[in-house]
Each structure stands twice: as structure tokens, then as C-alpha cells.
Design a protein around this ligand. Structure first.
Ligand code: HEC
Length: 258
């Protein structure tokens, strides 16, 4: 009985945890497709050019990534090797962790597992939810990660967004001279993001680029998935062929019985 109870608690816990994480800003769904090699290649290019200066992906080597995404070693050398010397190197950030900590207050985390830790929809929404905030240290704030220390590194693509807040009145009961009275309390509630200054990309192109980047980060979180997909196809082909032989064998055995 005790064991059973523990099992029930373990089964229910994750759903409770999920339910509580549903609060907060709405996350936009993103179409992840690890078979879309062109998208993964575009995502890798963005990652190496714009993220690797601060963040590492220290479980990945350049040549492994090239091999998985169908990019030749020459192309990797020419186009993706800014932060390292050799194609066999791990994808380490250019900026030393200590310096980053000094400049941003926190060291940029390794992004190898970010799409698994935060979920793809979160990463996709995060990259599209930066807005100008003069009160913050970097001049930027983020809807899904309030007071984030990361500046919006792709603002030239997306442009500058502004957060529009609306004033909402809620009635609360307060005590005045020993009597309970109802009072209006005003608070600011987030309404929407507004493009204040357009960037070099249209909103659709920017969303597409962020989808490619998120797709790449999902690949980064589990590179063996691509290999597993391939093995899966072979297994299905094997099973189909095996089925023919199994059927013929069955017919052969039952011939004598009938
Ligand atoms: C100028 C340095 C810098 C660059 C370039 C940069 N980041 Fe960051 N990033 C940071 C810092 C610093 C943090 C930590 C923020 C914090 O904890 O407040 C961070 C945090 C993040 C997080 C949240 C991690 C978490 O704790 O959940 C994600 C996701 C992220 N960055 C993605 C990216 C991507 C994708 C790129 C490339 C487009 C990028 N970053 C480029 C500095 C940078």
C-alpha cells in the first residue's frame, strides 16, 4: 500500500509542477523538424555568428555538427569556424566566463541543453520577446525572462520593440478608521509588444530565423536523435522484409497440417 501511494504521488507530481508553470506570459508554439536540414544549417549559422561569442555549446564539436547536418569539413572551416582553430574543437564561447560575469553580472549559461531545460516554445518566444527598457542595465528587458542580463543581440534584425502596459483597476477591501471599505487599486498589466523601430527583417522573416535557431538548439540538446531517426527507418524496412519471410514460412508449416 505504501509503495502504491508513493507511485501515485510520483505520477501526480509532474502534472502539478506543469500546472504551476503555466502562469506567466503565453508561449508561442514553434514547428520543430529535425529532418529539415536546411533549417538546421541556417540555425547553426546564426548560433555560431551571434551566440557563440558569449555562450558555449561545450558538448558539441564542429566536425560532429557538420557531419550531422550535412555540411562538409571545408564549408565548416570556411563559414563556421570563427571561435576555434580546428574542426575537431569543442564549441566553446569566445568570451572568458570571468569577463562575462564582470560585464553582465552573470555568466552566460552553456546552451547545449537549453531547449530541453526550457522547452523549444520558451526559447522561441524568448528570442522574440525582447523590448526596450531604460531602467535595466543593458537597456533591454524580456517578457518571458524578466530583468534578463542578456542584451538583445539580434535587435538589428528584429528592430526595437516597446512593451505597452494598460492600467487595470481592481477592488480591494482596506481598513480605514476601523471600518472596512472598498477601494480601487490601480496596477499595470502587460498588454502587447509594439514595434517601435523596424529592423532589417520583416516580422515573418525574423520569426522564421528564430524558428531555425530554435530547431538547431533542439538538435544540439540531443544530437543522437538524427541517428535514431535513420536507424528507425532501417528497422521499419527490416520489419517489412521480415514480414514477407515470416508469412511464407507460416504458409510452409501449415501446408502439412491442413
Ligand atoms: C553579449 C553576450 C551574449 C550573447 C551574444 C548572447 N547571449 Fe544569451 N545570455 C547572455 C547572458 C549574460 C545570459 C544570462 C542572463 C541571466 O541569467 O540574466 C544569457 C541568457 C540566455 C538564455 C536564457 C538561459 C536561461 O538561464 O534560461 C538563452 C536561451 C540565451 N541566452 C540564448 C542566446 C542565443 C540563442 C543567442 C544567440 C542569438 C545568445 N543568447 C547570445 C549573454 C549573451
Amino acid at each position: 500500500m505504501k509503495k502504491f501511494l508513493i507511485l501515485v504521488v510520483l505520477a501526480v507530481l509532474p502534472t502539478v509542477a506543469f500546472a504551476s508553470s503555466e502562469h506567466g506570459p503565453k508561449l508561442d508554439p514553434v514547428n520543430i523538424d529535425l529532418n529539415d536540414k536546411a533549417s538546421l544549417q541556417r540555425g547553426a549559422r546564426i548560433f555560431v555568428n551571434y551566440c557563440l561569442s558569449c555562450h558555449s555549446a561545450s558538448y558539441m564539436r564542429y566536425n560532429r555538427m557538420g557531419h550531422d547536418l550535412g555540411i562538409s569539413e571545408e564549408l565548416v572551416k570556411e563559414n563556421l569556424l570563427f571561435a576555434a582553430d580546428k574542426v575537431g574543437d569543442l564549441m566553446k564561447a569566445v568570451m572568458p566566463k570571468e569577463d562575462a560575469k564582470l560585464w553582465f553580472g552573470v555568466a552566460p549559461p552553456d546552451l547545449s541543453l537549453i531547449a530541453r531545460a526550457r522547452k523549444p516554445a520558451w526559447v522561441y518566444t524568448y528570442m522574440r520577446s525582447f523590448y526596450r527598457d531604460p531602467a535595466s542595465h543593458s537597456g533591454w528587458n524580456n517578457l518571458v525572462f524578466p530583468h534578463v542580463a542578456m542584451p538583445h543581440v539580434l535587435y538589428e534584425w528584429q528592430g526595437d520593440q516597446r512593451a505597452v502596459f494598460k492600467t487595470v483597476k481592481t477592488k480591494t477591501r482596506v481598513e480605514v478608521n476601523g471600518k472596512m471599505v472598498e477601494k480601487d487599486v490601480e496596477s499595470e498589466e502587460f498588454e502587447r509588444l509594439e514595434l517601435e523601430r523596424p529592423g532589417s527583417m520583416s516580422a515573418k522573416d525574423y520569426d522564421d530565423a528564430m524558428r531555425d535557431l530554435t530547431n538547431f538548439l533542439v538538435y544540439l540538446g540531443e544530437p543522437a536523435k538524427l541517428v535514431r531517426y535513420q536507424i528507425g527507418v532501417y528497422v521499419l524496412i527490416f520489419l517489412a522484409v521480415f514480414l514477407i519471410f515470416a508469412y511464407l514460412l507460416k504458409k510452409e508449416y501449415w501446408k502439412d497440417v491442413h
